[in-house]
Design a protein around this ligand. Structure first.
Ligand code: ADP
Length: 638
């Protein structure tokens, strides 16, 4: 049977569903985070690539600008070294007015070109003229013979050095040129305050370092005179001795390369948290310096990354939602299919079960039918045995009766024989002949009795074959018509359809009909309006009734109960065997014979027989049977 609960909806299904949902949620979150992280990385990379391009371009511009600035100043010493007044002032014992004039000119030139200081040094290293003459911290009279830029110019004709001013304490680039043939040196000091201010304005970190990695110019004043690389102690000592950078401690520049990158650094900002910047550098042509830019990654990369995070998270979230919905639909489909499959299985199981039940019931029914058949056969056998037993039981009674019946004719025969002998002796032949005729009649009677006895005692063989009912009736009527005609009793016959066949033994059924007709003729004898009827009727499907009616005295209930008993007779010459034998014959043929009271007066004997299928040969056979045993009526009743 189909179980009451749905087999798919197991009790743990809810818990499983909740677990699955949690897992899906977790997986979705992980996917969203991974996608956001990955997208952030990609966006960061793209943004960095953009930034690099921009910074590279800016770096080129910065180098170009610085170089232009330096070149503008670089030609100045050359021009001044060729000036005769300046050469004169560097010579031995220049006049006071000359020096004053040169000082004025140098101040004008410095003012015009933006140089920090311009001064003239004699071959012995003493400054003889300067643009800052007269000002506090003037270079006049100071000895710069130790300066490398002086020595380079005196030796090679030109020199340059970035150094701290020993007087001003301000760093700057010293460009020097020899006057004539070692007649002195003209020096132009360039300070980069303006450049640094411009760099600061741009927001980017920019600095220039020399070949040793010492930062000379920087947008951030804190970076000045810091080092990108470690400076060994000997070099430091040399720097101190040459007063190149005064007593500057030359600390490390606060730049920290970021692991896994080539050009990203963290830039320390004192107490401020370090920020990440892109470090690019390029050589400054014509010098041994390199210009570096520090472009903060700042908000651009951050914004790109956050945007990528948001977009990736949204897209992944939507994708997860879509996938979850799809998976949910797939799961629901699978569940629906599983439910349908379970129902189909249950239905099939139910059909199988029902089929088994039906098979069992069918088997039981067949057994029952078989049992009933056996019981029916047994009942028939017992019925036959009983009838036979009844016949045999009756036989004793019959034998006694027969002895009595036979004794009387035997006694009469004896008497007739004795009388005949006497009559013959007395010559009364005619009378003797009458006696012998009487003897013959009596022996006939005895012969009839023995025949009856034989027929009664013989066990009927149940012969059932299709026989034409019309033939049976015709033969039977032939035997009684003469008697009826003689007695003036009309026979009313309704023979039924000529092709009607019944199952049975044709000749013996004829005996039955003859017996019934003769009993009817007996019954109507001496009655007013005597009439005997014979009619055939089809009753139930497959059954045929043959009725013999008469207008005789009829049968009371008490008589109806006895007429079929052997030896019951109300006739003086009757044997009371006719109806008993007739019923036995009809029952042997599978039919029944009953006596009915006719409410309209008279008796009805109804013989009920099984109808046989129509057979072409049966009428002939039925007709042929008429000439045989049917011609021997039940003499006991006549
Ligand atoms: P029998 O004819 O030798 O008496 P049956 O067995 O043929 O023996 O008949 C038994 C008895 O049934 C008859 O004696 C008669 O009393 C009664 N009987 C038979 N047929 C009829 C009938 N058609 N009408 C009235 N009684 C009948």
């Amino acid at each position: 049977m189909i179980p009451a609960s749905d087999p798919v909806e197991a009790p743990g299904a809810d818990a499983q569903g909740a677990n699955r949902r949690s897992l899906v949620l977790l997986a979705s979150l992980v996917a969203i985070l991974l996608a956001a992280w990955g997208a952030g990385r990609v966006a960061e990379r793209w943004a960095l690539a953009d930034l690099r391009r921009t910074a590279q371009a800016a770096l080129g511009l910065q180098v170009g600008a610085l170089r232009a600035e330096m070149q503008k100043q670089a030609s100045l010493p050359l021009a001044l070294a060729a000036d005769p007044e300046i050469a004169a002032v560097a010579g031995a014992s220049p006049s006071g007015p000359l020096v004053a004039s040169v000082n004025r000119r140098l101040a004008q030139v410095a003012e015009a070109t933006g140089s920090a200081v311009i001064y003239v040094i004699r071959p012995d290293g003493i400054t003889v003229a300067a643009s800052n003459a007269g000002a506090k911290g003037s270079f006049l009279g100071r000895d710069y013979g130790f300066r490398p830029y002086f020595r380079q110019a005196m030796g090679a004709g030109a020199g340059s050095q970035f150094a701290l001013g020993t007087v001003s304490g301000r760093a700057g680039l010293y460009l020097s040129r020899r006057i004539g043939n070692a007649d002195g040196v003209v020096v132009v000091k360039i300070e980069f305050d303006g450049v640094e201010a411009a760099w600061r304005k741009s927001g980017d970190g920019v600095f220039v370092a020399d070949s040793r990695g010492i930062v000379l110019v920087a947008s951030d004043p804190d970076w000045r005179l810091t080092t990108l690389r470690r400076i060994d102690e000997a070099e430091r000592r040399r720097i101190r001795e040459t007063l190149e950078f005064g007593d500057a401690p030359l600390p490390d520049m606060p730049l920290f390369p970021m692991a896994g990158t080539t050009d990203l650094v963290r830039v320390g900002q004192g107490a401020q948290p370090a920020r990440v910047a892109l470090l690019l550098d390029a050589p400054i042509p014509g010098t041994e310096w390199r210009l570096s830019t520090l472009t903060p990654l700042g908000r651009t990369v951050e914004r790109e990354r956050i945007q990528a995070w948001i977009i990736a998270a949204l897209v992944t979230g939507l994708a997860c939602l879509g996938l979850t919905a799809l998976a949910g639909r797939g799961r629901r489909n699978r569940e629906r299919l599983a439910r349908a499959s379970a129902q189909r299985d249950a239905l099939e199981a139910r059909v199988r079960e029902r089929t088994l039940e039906l098979t069992d019931a069918n088997r039981l029914l067949r057994l029952e039918i078989e049992e009933r058949r056996r019981a029916e056969a047994e009942r028939e056998r017992l019925g036959r045995e009983l009838a036979q037993a009844g016949r045999l039981a009756a036989l004793g009674q019959f034998a006694a009766s027969m002895a009595h019946e036979i004794n009387q004719p035997l006694a009469a025969i004896r008497s007739y024989a004795d009388n005949a002998a006497i009559l013959v002796q007395r010559g009364r032949g005619a009378e003797a002949a009458e006696n012998t005729i009487a003897i013959g009649r009596l022996t006939d009677r005895i012969g009839g009795l023995t025949r009856q006895l034989k027929g009664f005692a013989r066990r009927a063989s149940p012969k059932r074959e299709p026989v034409a009912l019309a033939g049976i009736l015709r033969n039977a009527l032939e035997l009684v018509e003469a008697r009826a005609a003689a007695a003036g009793i009309p026979l009313v016959v309704e023979p039924g359809p000529p092709e009607l066949h019944v199952l049975g033994d044709g000749p013996r059924l004829e005996q039955v009909v003859v017996n019934l007709l003769q009993n009817a003729l007996d019954a109507v004898g001496g009655r007013p309006e005597p009439r005997v009827g014979l009619c055939v009727r089809e009753t139930d499907p497959g059954r045929v009734a043959v009725e013999v009616r008469d207008t005789g005295p009829g049968l009371s209930e008490g008589l109806r109960a006895q007429v079929f008993d052997a030896f019951f007779t109300t006739k003086s010459d009757g044997l009371g065997l006719g109806l008993a034998i007739a019923r036995g014959i009809v029952e042997d043929c599978g039919g029944s014979l009953n006596a009915l009271d006719n409410p309209g007066g008279g008796a009805i004997f109804r013989m009920d027989l099984a109808k046989a299928p129509i057979c072409e040969q049966d009428p002939a056979r039925g007709a042929a049977a008429v000439g045989g045993p049917a011609r021997a009526p039940l003499e006991a009743t006549t």
